[in-house]
Design a binder for this molecule. Structure first.
Ligand code: MN
Length: 740
């Protein structure tokens, strides 16, 4: 093991001592003692080891500790953890050693960091590691801060890595760590991570943009000076202490804009932004100070009212506070101005750690805690696949937010693009699971309605509602997705249990015992793939056990039963009796051997999409060349065409068994938009046992509403009864089934 030179030894010591400069709390005697103890251990453990770049390995943990103290603003425990973060991973020391020497809190953090060590192999392993990291989040959020500092230092020193590894680390950084830093409000770190990723992934692009920035720097500064001079004069005469900067855009953000908007560098770079940071004045509230500055600036330059962002009254979830406005500057250029207090700026640049510095770490639940709770809740979801989880997690990381209000006027933050169903799940999973529609700003909308900032949202629920698969297609929040999936899992379990019991009971009634032979018949008879599917269908009530005896008695399996039992009575015959009659008898003869029940065994049949018939409707069947049957309503236009062209291929099936399956139909309602009318409508439908509501949507204009409700019914009888009851509600003028 090669020793270090005296110069190297001195350099190590000097770098380590810097940590105390960056962290005030670390200088307290008992803290200093433990930090020195950690350094001594790490220095010994990594002694003689060098990084790829050739420098002693210990520089890495020391610099991670510096980042943690200086750039994130954390205290002793985090500094100690940073110094020790690679000890268990890379040396002979165990986690037990750490616990014995430094106590459980620190060993817990080190344990979390070790589990998520950068040694990612397959993508799924990477996801799994990431998941582990997030799980430790709930124990101690410092794990993630130290991990980010570790990643930042690795990115800063990525140059000496082989190219393949560079690409991998850089893309991983862009994929997960930069968004994570952003979510935690560590803007400076996020920006640096992005720039470094770009630098290693697309060195040429990075160089080009950097050069272009340098080329246009002079012009930019000249413009910013011209723009800020009047503001500076006014602020000084108003006696405000402030700092004004022309904020340079990051290389990555320029590149990103050029790509996403397909515009050249000049166009992106031509957007100017200025930041004004004022000193906190104890006599005036920060909010008042912000608006005071706003007022001074907009006396000079005309603001664009559409571009005012007030994150002072409602901070972002990651803690960001500031007042943004865009004004028309000289030469007709829009300039964005960010107004912040010193405290706000600290949070904006360094995130929550800085927040704690002001508020005290043990404050009541802050936004970060809330966020961590959300993440922990997600992690509770059993069986959720790691990769899927990573996707969903990322989805939440990236989404920007909108603000909506509850009926009581409480503000809630939800990701941009959220639907009313996302909102329902955001409030409570029970509300999500039973939601049938929503009122947005007092207007009725469907569950897939996309919400906008400022909307007031009330969710309409029905006890009979259950989560639907298609919901997964339009919810966007990870919470809603996982809760819907959960509901399916637990619902299925419940239904299987229930179905099992129902079947046993039914067999007791029939005085039969279930054996595997009977089960095979049942599965075939009800066209079900597995035992559990079958139980589940019974439990859900979509399989009716009335016909069990018949099915068992049947010799051959009968595919018809999958939907209903059909009996072909006769072929319809329009005119030209003689000619047709011949054909029909021919047909009949042809079909005779395979007639009625037996014949139809092998027929596949479909319900026509054009008219969507249900039991009780007057129907016809159309036999195609492969002897499959398509069922149409008799009055369906398509059916009329078929009857006129292919009379010999038309059969008249009869609905034999009902209440075996329910069918989807839609009804449309018109009426006067009275107070509470929708509640009365939904209540009526909920109480009706023959009907199950699937979706509801209402539009209201000028006091008149029109609505559409999708329902499952067993028979036209149920539907007609419901329609006549709906018509009785005062205010409802017209109700009809949507036929096509
Ligand atoms: Mn490390």
């Amino acid at each position: 093991m090669a020793d270090f030179t005296p110069e190297e030894e001195k350099h190590i010591k000097d770098e380590f001592e810097k940590v105390f400069k960056y962290c005030k709390g670390c200088k307290i005697e008992k803290n200093e003692k433990i930090i020195r103890k950690a350094f001594d251990l790490a220095n010994k453990a990594h002694y003689g080891i060098r990084r790829r770049s050739g420098e002693p390995y210990i520089h890495h943990p020391i610099e991670v500790a510096q980042i943690v103290a200086k750039e994130i603003g954390l205290g002793t425990k985090s500094v100690v953890s940073a110094i020790l973060h690679d000890v268990v991973e890379d040396t002979d020391y165990t986690i037990e050693d750490i616990e014995r020497l430094f106590g459980p809190r620190i060993s817990n953090i080190i344990d979390g960091l070790t589990k998520i060590s950068g040694k990612f192999e397959a993508q799924s392993l990477q996801a799994e590691n990431f998941r582990k990291m997030l799980m430790t989040l709930s124990d101690d959020v410092r794990v993630i801060f130290v991990k980010l500092a570790d990643r930042l230092h690795n990115m800063r020193t990525l140059g000496s890595m082989p190219d393949a590894k560079k690409q991998k680390i850089a893309s991983e950084t862009l994929f997960i760590y930069a968004p994570l830093a952003h979510r935690l409000g560590l803007y400076a770190i996020k920006t640096e991570l992005e720039d470094l990723s770009l630098k290693h992934q697309h060195p040429k692009v990075y160089e080009d943009i950097t050069n272009q920035i340098l080329d246009s720097e002079k012009q930019r500064i000249a413009y910013i000076n011209k723009f800020t001079l009047p503001i500076i004069n006014e602020l000084i005469s108003a006696g405000i202490q402030f700092n004004i900067t022309g904020r340079p855009k990051s290389v990555y953000s320029i590149w990103n804009k050029m790509n996403s908007k397909g515009v050249p560098f000049e166009e992106v770079y031509d957007l100017f932004a200025v930041r004004i940071i004022f000193d906190n004045d104890d006599k005036i509230s920060e909010k008042k100070q912000c608006w005071n500055l706003y007022s001074i600036i907009t006396d000079i330059y005309q603001p664009n009212p559409d571009r005012l962002r007030d994150w002072v009254s409602t901070p972002k979830a990651n803690g960001y506070e500031a007042l943004h406005t865009t004004v028309m500057g000289p030469d007709g250029k829009w300039v964005e101005i960010q107004i912040r207090s010193k405290r706000m700026d600290d949070i904006a640049e360094r995130g929550y750690a800085a927040h704690w510095k002001y508020k005290g770490i043990n404050e009541n639940e802050n936004e970060l805690d809330k966020w961590i709770k959300e993440i922990s809740k997600l992690l509770e979801t059993p069986e959720s696949d790691a990769l899927e989880f990573l996707d969903e997690f990322k989805m939440n990381l990236f989404s920007s937010e909108i603000y909506v209000f509850t009926p009581k006027g409480l503000l809630r933050r939800i990701p941009k693009g959220s639907t009313s169903l996302d909102f329902a799940y955001d409030i409570h999973s029970d509300i999500g699971n039973t939601a049938i529609g929503a009122k947005v700003n007092y207007k009725l909308v469907a569950l897939n309605h996309v919400l906008k900032s400022g909307d007031q949202v009330e969710i309409i629920t029905s006890e009979k509602q259950t989560p639907k698969r298609e919901w997964l297609e339009f919810v966007i929040t990870a919470k809603a997705k996982s809760k819907i999936k959960d509901a399916f899992k637990s619902e299925r379990k419940k239904n299987i249990e229930k179905g099992k019991k129902l079947l046993e009971k039914r067999f007791e009634e029939l005085d039969l015992t279930i054996n595997s032979n009977i089960f095979r018949k049942l599965l075939a008879g009800y066209e079900t793939q597995s035992k559990n599917d079958f139980y589940c269908k019974i439990g859900r009530g979509v399989v009716d056990l009335t016909d069990v005896k018949k099915i068992i008695a049947k010799k051959s399996k009968n595919k018809w039963i999958r939907y209903w039992q059909l009996q072909v009575k006769k072929t319809t015959k329009p005119k030209k009796k003689k000619e047709k009659a011949e054909k029909i008898s021919k047909n009949k003869n042809k079909n005779q051997k395979i007639e009625l029940t037996e014949t139809l065994d092998n027929v596949n049949f479909k319900i026509a999409k054009c008219c969507n018939p249900i039991p009780g409707d007057d129907i016809i069947g159309y036999l195609d060349d492969n002897e499959g049957v398509t069922i149409h309503k008799r009055k369906c236009k398509e059916a009329v065409k078929l009857m006129s062209k292919y009379g010999n291929k038309i059969v008249t099936p009869e609905w034999k068994s009902q209440k075996l399956y329910s069918y989807l139909v839609s009804i449309q309602l018109f009426g006067i938009d009275k107070m509470g009318i929708v509640n009365r409508i939904t209540e009526l439908i909920s109480k009706d046992l023959g009907v199950n509501m699937r979706a509801i949507s209402f539009n209201s204009t000028d006091g008149v509403f029109d609505g559409r409700i999708d329902l499952y019914v067993y028979h036209t009888y149920d539907l007609n009864k419901l329609i006549s009851n709906l018509k009785k509600i005062s205010g409802v003028n017209k109700v009809h089934r949507i036929e096509n």
